[in-house]
Write a protein that binds this ligand. Structure first.
Ligand code: FAD
Length: 470
């Protein structure tokens, strides 16, 4: 059966030839697994690609890239399928799906891991924690390592060890012309710089090598819930505490609606609350003194902070972030002045659904000590990253929820320099991407794009347009 693409018709023989050259599989409309293969985490993006190439290895990726180029197909690249903007699927194009590629080799003596690009954080943590090692990973274990790392990578080890991308030591990349390159500090150093914060613009990353650190297996971590009427005091005291916090401790303020879970008193279920989440990346005993003040920011409704396995903390939030809901994120790097806290509280007060939230990620520590020019991720000065999340179980009213998030972000972003984090945005608009990078960084990214993807084959991302497309 031939397939209609956005650019014309692909004949059976052409698809059969593609398939014959793969170790993996091609899924197309009409196949039993098509609906599963085309579905991404964010149900707000319900698209119908012409082909999903489920790659078994680098050779399949080369073949898929060459095929996409020769057939002039729109290309979506997929790792863990968590793109908020829906970039890992497309209408009438090809999805290069790396999710079957899940190999990892840990060199525990050198504290390095080489991981294939289809792994999730849950899978990579599983491999590295066998040696009590870890690298900064996502707060939800089903997030893919590759999209996460290429955009930056904020997690519980951020203040101790920096972003995931700060710990990337090398990557294997299939470029738009089908070459396979190793990018590291010596080989293709500009590409290596761009991969650490510039997103999926420069090629298909097939494997990532990370520096690992001793972590766990037990850590001191969890959540402390406070009532909303104490939110201003909690956030203000938290802000004061952050100035003297040890790097081992990374915290997050979550303005949310209390879920109907047994660890929270029934009378607060469904009411707005403020939660203080955090992890101490050292021994639990050493963490007690650092964590104790977090329990005294107000009068807790519930204190769920205690020793737990690192892997348990890495998946603690999973039940709240299951796939299949409609989601929109938008973000801003800010300074948490009194006025900024006002803006956060005012906007949280008008959240349109109980699932919509405002997060304040504490930055600083090792993250802030990376020189701004070392990686393409260059927002090192702000002390807080605010993420405004609109989430709804279904499509009804979702546009209104997105409008709420955009408005909230506009008000909150006034308390920073206007930059957003490319991994926390549902927007692809050029001005939003532009605002995520300082001018000199954006110009440097364009030069790397011109070198490695001059025709913008990889454009389903927070796109850095090459000079030829300007
Ligand atoms: P995908 O949708 O597979 O990929 C996203 C994009 O990345 C692709 O469109 C492509 O442009 C690019 N890409 C992916 N893989 C490759 C590759 N191998 N080669 C080239 N380009 C590639 N971010 C944080 O920093 N910290 C968090 O704690 C965090 N938590 C999250 C929790 C949830 C539930 C969700 C949905 C997102 C979260 N994010 C977080 C944001 C996350 O980092 C981004 O959505 C990221 O893009 C996800 O990567 P992925 O591989 O899962 O996604």
């Amino acid at each position: 059966m031939s397939i209609d693409t956005a650019k014309g018709v692909l004949g059976d023989a052409t698809i059969a030839e593609l398939e014959a050259g793969l170790r993996g599989t091609v899924v197309r409309p009409g196949d039993a697994s098509y609906d599963q293969a085309r579905t991404v985490w964010n149900a707000a993006h319900d698209k119908h690609p012409a082909l999903v190439v489920r790659c078994a290895g680098t050779a399949d990726v080369i073949r898929a890239v060459e095929f996409a180029r020769s057939q002039d197909l729109l290309v979506a690249v997929r790792g863990g399928a968590h793109s908020i903007a829906g970039f890992s699927t497309c209408e009438g194009g090809i999805v290069i799906d790396l999710s079957p590629m899940k190999g990892a080799v840990v060199d525990h003596a050198r504290r390095r891991v080489v991981a294939q690009a289809g792994m999730t954080w849950g899978e990579l943590d599983h491999e590295t924690q066998a040696f009590d090692l870890a690298v900064t990973g996502g707060l939800v274990s089903s997030t893919g390592i590759s999209g996460f790392t290429l955009g930056g990578g904020v997690g519980w080890l951020l203040r101790r060890h920096g972003l995931a991308s700060d710990n990337l030591t090398a990557a294997e990349v299939v470029t738009a012309d089908g070459r396979v390159l190793r990018a590291d500090a010596q080989q293709h150093p500009e590409l290596f710089w761009a991969l650490r914060g510039g997103g999926g613009n420069f090629g298909v990353v097939t494997s990532l090598e990370y520096q690992l650190h001793p972590v766990g297996p037990q850590v001191l971590a969890g959540l402390i819930f406070y009532p909303l009427d104490q939110a201003r005091q909690v956030i203000t005291r938290w802000r004061e505490l952050t100035a003297g916090m040890p790097d081992e401790l990374t915290t997050l303020v979550v303005l949310t609606t209390a879920p109907p879970l047994p660890f929270l008193p029934q009378e607060v279920h469904g009411t707005r609350v403020v939660a203080l989440a955090g992890m101490y990346a050292g021994t639990p005993a050493a963490g007690e003194a650092a964590v104790e003040p977090l329990r005294q920011l107000g009068t807790p409704i519930a204190d769920l902070m205690g020793p737990m396995p690192y892997t348990a903390m890495q998946s603690l939030l999973d039940p709240l972030w299951t796939a299949g809901a409609h989601n929109y994120f938008t973000s801003a790097f800010i300074e948490p002045s009194d006025a900024a806290i006002d803006a956060v509280l005012r906007n949280h007060g008008t959240t349109p659904t109980p699932f919509s939230e405002v997060h304040l990620h504490q930055l600083g520590g090792a993250f802030a000590r990376v020189p701004a020019e070392a990686t393409a991720f260059s927002q090192r000065e702000a002390s807080v990253l605010c993420n405004v999340i609109a989430r709804s179980p279904d499509a009804a009213g979702f546009d209104g929820h997105v409008a709420w998030a955009r408005q909230a972000r506009t008000e909150i972003a006034r308390h920073g320099r206007g930059a957003m984090y490319v991994n926390f945005t549902g927007d692809a608009a050029e001005d939003k991407v532009r605002a995520s990078y300082p001018d000199a960084v954006h110009e440097r990214l364009v030069r790397v794009k011109d070198t490695y993807d001059p025709t913008n084959l990889f454009r389903l991302n927070q796109n850095i347009r090459p000079s030829s497309a300007r």
